[in-house]
Design a protein around this ligand. Structure first.
Ligand code: KG4
Ligand code: ZN
Length: 340
């Protein structure tokens, strides 16, 4: 029988647990932390406390929803990093305790590899399309923006990365400037649907190679709004949809230019996206259209696998289990990771 893996994710502000049998997802429970909303961003100390409160009920529910008993778990996968240290610590410590109690091995997972590996999960009622190796993955989240060359389940090479802010951060920070709630990405996505993406022009960064930069866009957006508001205090309110649409299309164009460049220089036609920003409808359309034009096979993750979830941690742990790569008991979380 296929092995059963419990996955645990606690790197930022979502506490999540998932159960996989083989590659098939049996359950994926996510407790999002509402506590940060009123501060307009994640407060690390509050995040760790909420993880501490959530982790037992979330794991319990994931096991129940999967319809398994604890004794059926063959291994425990947990996020080691990158992320908020206090938050990671909750997941890592919990995984250690449970692994001792159940006498099963544990597998440490790089959160970013997790996002990419979400493309290998299957659902109980259908097989999802899986990209062929080697493929490129545009990994776009709140903390990271990278073009990754995925050679197999374990070997992933970062070809380009942001030199400052991440794409999700650009969405979130610009939303905040417009007075929109956190996280701003989904809100901008929704408002942009009603707006004209060509109405306002914002500077696109020019960075060498396959790297990205988003901090200049944030600054120019801020100055633009400040100047406009000085003349018309209602400017943001009156132009909200056009501002969102124009900003979103600038971010997407910036992402696409380097992705196309990478696909050409590595001569790769299987192209995937992953991470929270891969939920963006404009980006999903842009990848699909570019794919039609260039003959790419494009892979868009299911919405539930775009933002942080433990299913992606479980699948990455599943491959590690098969390779016999287990984590020692004295493992500690890491806030930053430079390689995949
Ligand atoms: O992957 P994720 O859940 O957490 C990190 O690992 O960072 O990504 C969260 C990010 C946030 O910046 C959020 O605004 C963004 O993903 N996001 C979106 C959308 N949904 C989530 N950005 C644009 N459009 C969306 N629909
Ligand atoms: Zn993430």
């Amino acid at each position: 029988m296929d092995i059963t893996i419990l996955g645990i994710e606690s790197s930022c502000d979502d506490t999540s647990a998932a159960v996989l049998r083989g590659r098939t997802l049996l359950s994926n429970v996510i407790a999002s932390q509402e506590v940060h909303r009123k501060y307009g961003g994640v407060i690390p100390e509050l995040a760790s406390r909420a993880h501490q409160q959530n982790i037992i009920p979330v794991v319990d529910t994931a096991i129940k929803e999967a319809g398994i008993s604890r004794s059926e778990i063959d291994g425990i996968a947990f996020t080691r990093g990158p992320g908020l240290l206090g938050s990671l610590m909750v997941g890592v410590s919990f995984a250690k305790g449970l692994s001792q109690a159940l006498n099963v091995p544990m597998m440490e997972v790089n959160h970013l590899q997790g996002h990419i590996s979400s493309h290998f999960i299957d659902l109980p009622d259908r097989t999802l399309p899986h990209p062929q190796f080697p493929f490129l993955c545009l990994l776009v989240s709140g903390g990271h923006t990278q073009i990754v060359l995925v050679k197999d389940y374990a070997q992933m090479e970062i070809l380009g990365t942001t030199i400052d802010d991440a794409a999700g951060e650009a969405f979130d920070k610009c939303a905040k400037v417009m007075g929109l709630p956190y996280p701003g990405g989904p809100v901008i996505d929704r408002l942009a649907k009603e707006g004209n993406p060509k109405r306002f022009k914002f500077a696109k960064p020019s960075v060498d190679g396959l790297d990205y930069s988003f901090s200049g866009l944030k600054t120019s957006f801020l100055y633009f709004l400040r100047d406009q508001m000085a003349e018309n205090p209602q400017f943001i309110e009156e132009n909200q949809a056009d501002l969102c649409a124009s900003l979103q299309s600038t971010i997407i164009d910036t992402l696409m230019i380097k992705l196309v460049k990478a696909a050409k220089s590595y001569d790769i036609t299987d192209i995937a996206i992953a991470g929270g920003v891969s939920a963006n409808s404009g980006l999903r359309n842009a990848i699909t259209e570019e794919g039609h034009r260039r003959g790419w096979n494009t892979f868009l993750p299911e919405f539930k696998f775009t933002t942080d979830n433990a299913a992606m941690i479980a699948i990455t742990g599943y491959f590690k289990y098969q390779r016999g790569e287990f984590a020692p008991m004295d493992i500690v979380p890491v806030a930053r990771v430079n390689q995949l």
